[in-house]
Design a protein around this ligand. Sequence first.
Ligand code: FVH
Length: 296
Amino acid sequence: DTGITSKTPITLLGLGDMGTALAHSWLAAGHPLTVWNRTREKAEPLVRGGARAADTAAEAVASAAGPVVLCLLDDDSVGETLDGADLNGKDVVNLTTGTPAQAWRRARWVNERGARFLDGGIMAVPPMIGRPETGGYVFYSGDRELFDRHREALEVPAGAEFVGEDPGHAALHDIALLSAMTGMLAGITHAFALVSREKDLDLARFAGLLAEWLGAMAGSSQEMAAQLASGDYTEGVTSNLAMMAAGNDSLLATARDQGVDPRLLVPFMELMRHRVAQGHGDEGLAGLVSLLPAAH
Ligand code: FVH
């Protein structure tokens, strides 16, 4: 073994749970890897596995011949870490979770320092990294040329989904999916509150039924997308709002009978009722989107 490889060298700043998982996947795939972490000890197991640990973030960046990947706690820690580093001519890939506005500002900040910028939103947890069969992936947005150039290396830890040249779009996709998940988890919590006091009810069996049902219902997002695209919120409606709003009475009555506080459901139900009261009971859920613009 000459130690010479044609694999893209990676510089990784941040060795928390996610950064460490990313590092192991690149090492396992044979990529030369330079790492830096604020708490140096976290780099030791990776050094034993063949990585080089830089003494400072600035030194890691200065020696980078490939993408400089950041996977840190938040956008502030990205700013602190890159402060004082010479970014001129570098390719910066930020896998730190943040908002679209933070991504826009960070892109400008990085570009002003002579570097290219790609933002990423990781849709995976650490055990899914380097295991394509788990379906984990990363949303990328920003510099398309940077993405294409390093695509092979970026696809080592998880799948790569480029969602546009607007640097904020990866974060927007990430946050939109996490927001949808939050609503889903609220629904799951309510469902378990309804059934969990029943002594003779098999919760594991119920969990399986629930997961299957949610999977089947998730297809309605395509119906909503089509309605939003056409502007006709009645297009292809399978379940209209008037019917669903009427059904809500049964959901609330059952919550009451089971001694369950319906607070996780009520705001959404009120939105449905409002839209029906406006005379749009024949629509699907897409019409609710028009009720959501926040007052500034
Ligand atoms: N872990 C997960 O399940 C999720 C999955 C989806 C994506 N997230 C995001 O990934 C980013 C990193 O997450 P993480 O799991 O690696 O987070 P931690 O284990 O808490 O590690 C945090 C690292 O950030 C370093 N750090 C914190 N503050 C600073 C700072 N001011 N300057 C420099 N580095 C800083 C910290 O260093 P240390 O504490 O070890 O010294 C860790 O390396 C994150 O955006 C998730 O939202 C993960």
